[in-house]
Design a protein around this ligand. Sequence first.
Ligand code: PNS
Length: 166
Amino acid sequence: MKKAIYPGSFDPPTLGHLDIIKRAASVCDELTVSILNNIEKKPLFSVEERVKMLEEATKDIPNIKIDSFSGLLVDYARENDIHVAIRGLRAITDFEYELQVAQTNRILSKEQLDTMFLITSLEYSYLSSSGVKEMARFGGDISMCVPEFIMDMVYQKYGIDKSKVK
Ligand code: PNS
């Protein structure tokens, strides 16, 4: 069975993440989407909220597992017998960071974890979770960035009245 992991912060999951999830799930037997529980960051959504968001957004994809992890990705992958990590590449600016992380993971795992990149679909290449949060905080329209139920949850966090969004 070919297993893969798509790790990330997903704070919140965007349509770009969901595009990568659908495409990755179509080329492996089981895709684990795992949320990094990063104690150094102060996320907008708790890990539990992000798990629920991803479960709801991927409920129609049969071969998906949603989970969370802390610590090193290579340790989590080894414990779950996963040897392929999936990451999305939006632009050349992502490349340097992703290259470094992928090389680190390959070395740290003694070549047991390799990374495969999917190029983000053109319509989502500008999207990022941090951009979504910044737009939402100041009352910008994020309806083209996230599923509707996630949009409602983001506006709620910032106390934004959805009917007043420009
Ligand atoms: O969505 P993000 O924030 O770009 O995801 C980054 C993530 C979670 C994939 C990356 O930070 C990660 O795997 N962190 C876990 C810690 C780790 O394994 N670090 C070693 C590689 S530098």
